[in-house]
Design a protein around this ligand. Structure first.
Ligand code: URA
Length: 214
């Protein structure tokens, strides 16, 4: 496994505003969109291109197009927050869905649903904004490798060292993240993190006791 922390000043700026507890759902969604774009650019840096010739209004020009886009797999629900930006840059990318949620008592992944195009030999980008224990992402990565995925990248906004260590078992996995944070708390939330991504994106839930100052 290789983990790459983005170093772009804009990703630091967007992350800082995502972290801020005063950022409400509307701004959180707009910032998620910006973060998704930054992650999509980084994840597709080595995408293969095919040379083509096009005619401009003045003459012929040689260029390159991306003919084999990766399969995008957002992990429901939070992964949906990153999907529109990836689709904007990869409009022909097939999209698969997996619904996996961690059991809040045990932190073990609970699998609800999957519908993923055949990944044999394809590049797959898994969208899961918060890499906490690595239980959920690990289950999804395992599922994709078992079905023959050629290469897998995990795009996340914040990663915990514990989650990164758990995913260390996948030799060829590449993780792209805006930040590797300090640690998990006793409820497996990332510290300092940004709280519950899904709740903040979809505008529900109660603040974690720590961020509520309790
Ligand atoms: N999922 C979240 O949304 N936030 C965390 O801190 C950990 C997992």
């Amino acid at each position: 496994m290789h983990i790459m922390e983005m170093e772009h000043p804009l990703s630091r700026d967007v992350l800082c505003r995502l972290r801020d507890r005063r950022t409400g759902p509307a701004s959180f969604r707009a910032l998620s969109r910006a973060m998704g774009t930054l992650l999509a650019v980084e994840c597709t840096r080595k995408l293969k291109t095919t040379p083509v010739q096009v005619s401009t209004p003045l003459e012929d020009a040689f260029g390159e197009v991306c003919t084999t886009p990766p399969i995008l797999v957002p992990v429901l629900r939070a992964g949906l927050g990153l999907l529109p930006s990836f689709q904007e840059l990869l409009p022909d990318a097939p999209v698969g869905f997996v619904a996996v949620r961690r059991n809040e008592e045990t932190a073990k992944p609970m699998w609800f649903y999957d519908s993923v195009p055949p990944p044999e030999g394809r590049q797959v980008i898994v969208l899961d904004p918060m890499l906490a224990t690595g239980g959920t992402s690990g289950a999804v990565v395992e599922y994709l490798y078992e079905r023959g995925a050629g290469s897998i990248m995990l795009a996340c906004v914040v990663a915990a060292p514990e989650g990164a260590a758990e995913l260390g078992r996948f030799e060829n996995l590449i993780i792209i993240t805006a930040a590797v944070d300090r640690e998990l708390d006793e409820r497996w939330y990332i510290l300092p993190g940004l709280g519950d991504y899904g709740d903040r994106f979809f505008g529900e839930g109660t603040p974690h006791p720590r961020s509520a100052g309790l």
